[in-house]
Design a protein around this ligand. Structure first.
Ligand code: CP3
Length: 343
């Protein structure tokens, strides 16, 4: 029998002397081969909905760095796009959607049409057949708070003020939006699994802006409901929850969300995270994306310190947030060699 993929074994709580390694946003603009393929399609979402191209860029970082996992190339904002809130990306300034400013506008949002995302499932099919046998395949979605904050603001903001104001002013309408994204996300992740991904990750990139007593309501509980919904349909598929800015909530999250592993962001001290959570809970993270830009001895030192902090623990080596565009390729090579030094 073939040996179990390293990532999957850690998600089953095994400790490995060399942790499996992948990087959030590993397919992207820091790769010249990504920029070449990307240049062939004007609109970013059309690019995401082009199965051949999306499958190709999903595999690019695997070919170059032999990471232990491929992550589906898509975007978290395909979910509002499939609800009829059309999304566009303007180069250099990020996503743009028609903002939702009132409960009446929220009411007008369409049904979630999963057929709109059939190119994503086709991408998954293509990647599945081309993936090396020791590489795991990760699907993903955005967490409801993060997705809804783009839906309300209509763009990225530093503090998600429009969404937080909407939640204080119109808590019922806000809860309904969250519920709709919860339901759509369960369906979307289940379909990704049926098409061939082996693990799913939920990205709550903006949970950290919430005050403590809003955090559970708008971040942790909706994520828990997605985990429950996905597990009800696919009990064997591991789920990774990446709640950026979880901070002091981390121990409670690992008790309440029911995920198989938790992503740790750059700001958290790994030794604290290890000490504050049960010893068999797999943790993923948390190299500073900026030290990967800097490279050199600073990079070696930080990699070693993360490896040491998670030693003896089920650990997935990753960044604490997405890789930055200005990251030199040779630094990624250096990182891979350093993490796998003892292999
Ligand atoms: O990780 C991967 O390699 C898979 C692909 C992936 C993308 N976006 C591709 C992408 C994943 C997992 C995401 C998740 C995502 N998208 C998140 C959560 C993770 C995080 O980084 O916090 C968020 C908040 C988004 C929304 C989004 N998409 C923004 C804010 C932007 C613009 C910022 C930017 O980097 O330009 C995007 C665009 C985007 N998504 C790009 C890529 C490669 C860049 C667009 C391009 O190449 O033209």
């Amino acid at each position: 029998m073939a040996e179990e993929k390293a990532l999957l074994s850690v998600l089953r709580k095994q400790v490995r002397s060399v942790p499996p390694l992948w990087l959030m946003r590993q397919a992207g603009r820091y790769l010249p081969e990504y920029r070449d393929v990307r240049a062939t399609t004007k609109s970013f979402l059309d690019f995401c909905y082009s199965p051949q191209k999306a499958a190709d860029v999903t595999l690019q970082p695997i070919r170059r760095f032999h990471f232990d996992a491929a992550i589906l190339f898509s975007d978290i904002l395909v979910v509002p796009d499939a609800m009829g809130q059309r999304v566009s990306f303007e180069s250099g300034s990020g996503p743009r959607l028609e903002p939702i400013e009132t409960p009446a506008q929220a009411q007008r949002l369409g049904e979630f049409k999963i057929e709109h995302l059939s190119p994503v499932f086709e991408t998954i099919n293509l990647v599945k057949t081309a993936l090396p046998s020791d590489v795991a395949f990760i699907g993903f979605c955005g967490a409801p708070f993060t997705v809804v904050s783009y839906m309300i603001a209509g763009q990225g903001t530093p503090d998600q003020a429009p969404a937080r104001l909407f939640a204080y002013r119109y808590p019922d309408a806000f809860a309904q939006l969250i519920d709709r994204v919860v339901e759509a996300s369960i369906d979307y992740l289940a379909r990704q699994i049926e098409a061939g991904v082996e693990v799913v990750q939920i990205f709550d990139s903006w949970a950290g802006v919430l005050p403590a007593n809003e955090f559970e309501r708008w971040s942790a509980s909706p994520v828990r409901r997605i985990v429950e919904g996905v597990k009800a349909r696919h009990p064997q598929t591991p789920v990774i929850a990446f709640i950026r800015g979880a901070d002091a909530h981390l121990p409670k999250l690992t008790q309440m969300i029911g995920a198989d592993a938790y992503g740790i962001d750059t700001a958290l001290d790994p030794a604290w995270a290890v000490a504050q959570t049960e010893s068999n809970v797999p943790l993923q993270g948390n190299l500073d994306p900026l030290v990967l830009v800097a490279g050199g001895e600073a990079l070696d030192r930080e990699v070693d310190s993360i490896l040491a902090a998670f030693e003896g623990r089920p650990h997935i080596f990753n960044l604490g947030h997405g890789i930055l565009q200005q990251t030199p390729i040779e630094n990624v090579e250096r990182l891979v060699a350093r993490v796998r030094r003892g292999a």
